[in-house]
Design a protein around this ligand. Structure first.
Ligand code: HAM
Length: 417
């Protein structure tokens, strides 16, 4: 027996309606926010993530599924959607479209992490990426979209917001961080010592307990924002306040990916254990330039579908029931089973979810099975019904029966919604 790889999950027929519900909510949100779907390959050149996501991140350093293809090229399964979306934008010349370019995706992503509740090696994201606008209204719009999506799932989360500034203010902040961390460096992990040299901000994201006790007292980035970044952040906060989106500013949020600048945010829950961030995002005004294109501001987020599912299950959010057959057409014997089959196919061509016997069951067993499926109506076709051209249609919820012409079953079902 070959088992499923560690950190991956099957979606069973009894569970897929939950996935469809979350994806439908994602698509509905995307529709009203004017976001158009994009699809990028599952694998990309490794260089894209090295340059895009950043050499000092855990994602690039430890977690990528990288392999050499038969042509000797280094390829990586996408660990997230933003770098691929930016590549798509550049490569397809979308910079010449009217701005902003508003996109979304639903994609699998792959990270070689230690699996636990809400942390998988293959997971799925609903993400949005908006290219071309530096306005704080775009930040607010993207956050509203995330909030509206989460509301449509009826999950409760809290929004934590921060600004990590631009290159200018971050240089000063990095200096302050270096000054703060210098005396503790010998007690911190190897990765932090290397981050200290390359990207001190990333030290705030360290998950090692031994390092966390130092990071908690580090200076706050919000005290080092330059005038423009400060004004931008004030603008975002004002828009959120004015539109009744609750948030708290958490200066410790730096996000695990290097491309961010200015606004960053996370929607967090306490109900799903240690991996409580169900949705995270922010601005990445420097990414397109980093990937070789003209500079262009952009912002987005991604929500983890498995984490949302876990949150919905843990907090008892209702998933809509999977669709039930409107009618089950049973056949009494060999001959009438063929008739039942024909009628069923006809109803399906008219858009009715109908079922019939495929297992040579007795009429009694067919009734039982129809009940198990939750069919709304059952009709039994015997020789008499065939020669009369009419059947008794039984409503399963109250047992009432109506005689209906075989040719009028569709009309009957349409009238009795
Ligand atoms: P991220 O915070 O790395 O951001 O991931 C976004 C979401 O994906 C997380 O909040 C979480 O719900 C889910 N997620 C991440 N890793 C795992 C995992 N191993 N197992 C299950 N779920 C996971 C990004 O990926 C950015 N690309 C988001 C973004 C878009 N920023 C700007 N645009």
């Amino acid at each position: 027996m070959i088992n499923i790889p560690k950190g991956t999950k099957d979606v069973l027929p009894s569970q897929s309606h939950k996935w469809q519900f979350i994806e439908d909510c994602a698509r509905s949100t995307a529709r009203v926010y004017g976001l158009r779907e994009i699809r990028t390959p599952v694998f990309e050149h490794t260089e894209l993530f090295r340059r895009g996501v950043g050499e000092t991140t855990d994602v690039v350093n430890k977690e990528m599924y990288t392999f050499e293809d038969k042509g000797g090229r280094s390829m990586t399964l996408k660990p997230e959607g933003t770098a691929g979306a930016a590549r798509l934008f550049i490569e397809n010349g979308l910079a010449s479209s009217p701005m902003p370019v508003k996109t979304f995706y639903i994609t699998p992503a792959f990270r070689y992490e230690r699996p636990q509740a809400g942390r998988l090696r293959e997971f799925h994201q609903f993400g949005i990426e908006v290219f071309g606008s530096a306005s704080c209204r775009t930040d607010a719009e993207v956050i509203f979209a995330a909030s509206a999506f989460l509301k449509s799932l009826k999950v409760g989360t809290r929004l934590e917001l921060n600004s990590i500034g631009c290159k200018t203010c971050r240089a000063e902040y990095n200096r302050a961080l270096k000054e703060y961390f210098a005396p503790h460096l010998s007690e911190m992990c190897d990765a932090c010592r290397s981050r200290y040299e390359k990207n001190p901000l990333r030290m705030l994201d360290c998950k090692e307990e031994g390092c966390k006790k130092f990071t908690s007292g580090a200076p706050a980035i919000t005290d080092y924002l330059c005038g423009e970044c400060f004004a931008h952040f004030e603008g975002v906060k004002k828009l959120l306040n004015e539109n009744a989106v609750e948030f708290t500013v958490n200066p410790r949020i730096v996000r695990g990916l290097d491309y961010y600048s200015r606004t960053v945010f996370e929607f967090v829950s306490d109900q799903i254990g240690a991996q409580g961030t169900v949705c995270g995002g922010g601005r990445y005004d420097g990414l397109l330039e980093e990937l070789g294109a003209n500079p262009l501001p952009a912002i987005g987020f991604a929500a983890g579908i498995e984490r949302l599912m876990l949150l919905m299950e843990n907090s008892g959010c209702p998933f809509p029931e999977p669709e039930k057959p409107r009618i089950y057409i049973a056949g009494m014997d060999e001959n009438t089973r063929f008739e039942a089959f024909k009628i069923t196919q006809e109803l399906r061509t008219k858009g009715i979810y109908a079922e019939t016997d495929l297992m040579e069951r007795s009429v009694k067993a067919q009734f039982k099975y129809a009940d198990k499926l939750g069919a709304e109506y059952v009709a039994v076709i015997g020789q008499t019904e065939l020669s009369d051209g009419a059947v008794n249609v039984k409503k399963m919820s109250d047992g009432t029966q109506s005689s209906v012409k075989i040719t009028e079953i569709y009309t009957y079902l349409s009238k009795n919604q």
